[in-house]
Design a protein around this ligand. Structure first.
Ligand SMILES: [Zn+2]
Length: 372
């Protein structure tokens, strides 16, 4: 099955299911159990499957599919360009995709790759958050159910082309192209020239692919949690609190003890430009309350060492308290960025981890917003 080694299941699934009822966004006091059922959306008008799914890991020209549970694939992009991971869940009658990639073109490659393992209809896309690298492939999946947090819909339906993350990414590509074109004139030999030309071609292709993007927000939204029942599979989509954005959701497969966490839990610190560093550790505490043995992050490899969550929490707590203290001393964003010392966390991640002015600026913004 998978090369991701998972520890033996120690907790009975029934116990786990009962336990997780208390985890993340618990029902309000007095809320009837039926409320959960009302939030349940079942696939309708499915076409029967025609192909027999191929079990196990496989690779296509563009993707690696790692089968982490029966019909559940951790999908990574193998083309050397920036993109996010996806999860593909092949159910009895349909397919659910978590995160749709960075552009319509890469989204189509994902669909083509899925077609190599199944021709069951793709009925549902779930977006972990609104960031372009996870959600700008939505449009190619056609008029289907797109599930996401209300915050995700709000950010994608507002002025998505003005989102700072997207704007700075596309500006960075344009600047990169200018730099490469300048470097081409100064290339010293044929080999160097050919390499730069290849990078220019690749970057031009990515810029052209951006032009096709029509941000397509979720059409099924929620604030706390939604349960999707597909055949005998239960797929829980849970808001554990604000973290990497104001609307990160975890896609939790309780029977398999797997959680796809998008960018709220990576193998180290995440991008903080839209983050809520002050609330993040608590959000991760709610993630820890789920019965999980494997985390599939939005970038990087799968995580079985769940102690990493503690390390990420410690990093954000330390970062936040240092920034709060330095700001209270009257330091500005630049001075604070220079003074923050996160070297103690390198040991936990096996590599140096730090911060930057963008992240610190975001934390200043949060503190300003609070009037602190
Ligand atoms: Zn993100």
């Amino acid at each position: 099955m998978s090369s991701i080694r998972r520890p033996a299941m120690l907790v009975l699934v029934l116990g786990a299911a009962l336990f997780m009822l208390n985890a993340c966004a618990p029902p309000e006091a007095g809320e009837a159990p039926e409320a959960a059922e009302e939030a349940t959306v079942e696939a309708t008008e499915l076409t029967p499957a025609a192909a027999t799914p191929v079990a196990g890991d496989f690779e296509t020209d563009t993707h690696r599919f790692e089968e982490v549970a029966d019909g559940v694939y951790f999908v990574t992009y193998t083309v050397p360009m920036f993109n996010s991971n996806s999860m593909v869940v092949i159910n009895e009658d349909d397919v659910l995709v978590v995160d749709s990639h960075i552009t319509p073109a890469t989204g189509r490659q994902l669909i083509d790759s899925i077609r190599q393992v199944t021709d069951k209809p793709i009925t549902t896309v779930v977006n972990t958050h609104f960031h372009y690298d996870h959600a700008h492939g939505n449009q190619v999946f056609g008029p289907i159910q797109i599930v996401g947090h209300e915050h995700t819909r709000m950010r994608m339906a507002g002025t998505p082309h003005e989102e700072p993350t997207w704007a700075s990414y596309t500006a960075g590509q344009r600047n990169g192209l200018e730099r490469l074109e300048a470097a081409l004139g100064e290339a010293e030999d044929e080999a160097g020239r050919a390499e730069i030309e290849a990078r220019i071609e690749s970057l031009k292709g990515q810029i052209a692919a951006n032009a096709e993007v029509v941000p397509t927000p979720p059409n099924t939204t929620f604030n706390e949690r939604i349960t999707l029942v597909r055949g005998d599979r239960e797929i829980q989509v849970i808001f554990c609190g604000r973290a990497h954005t104001g609307g990160d959701v975890v896609i939790y497969l309780p029977a398999d003890r797997i959680a796809f966490t998008g960018d709220m839990m990576l193998g180290g610190p995440s991008f903080l430009g839209d983050g809520h560093v002050d609330e993040w550790p608590e959000t991760l505490e709610n993630l820890k309350a789920l019965d999980i043995e494997l985390i599939l992050p939005g970038h990087g490899p799968g995580i079985t060492d769940l102690q990493l969550i503690d390390h990420v929490q410690a990093f954000y707590r330390d970062l936040w308290s240092q920034v709060v203290a330095l700001r209270a001393e009257g330091k500005d964003i630049g001075e604070t960025t220079a003074a923050v010392d996160l070297s103690a966390h390198a040991e936990n991640f096996g590599r140096p981890v730090g911060t930057n002015a963008q992240a610190v600026g975001r934390m200043f913004y949060l503190l300003d917003e609070r009037g602190e």
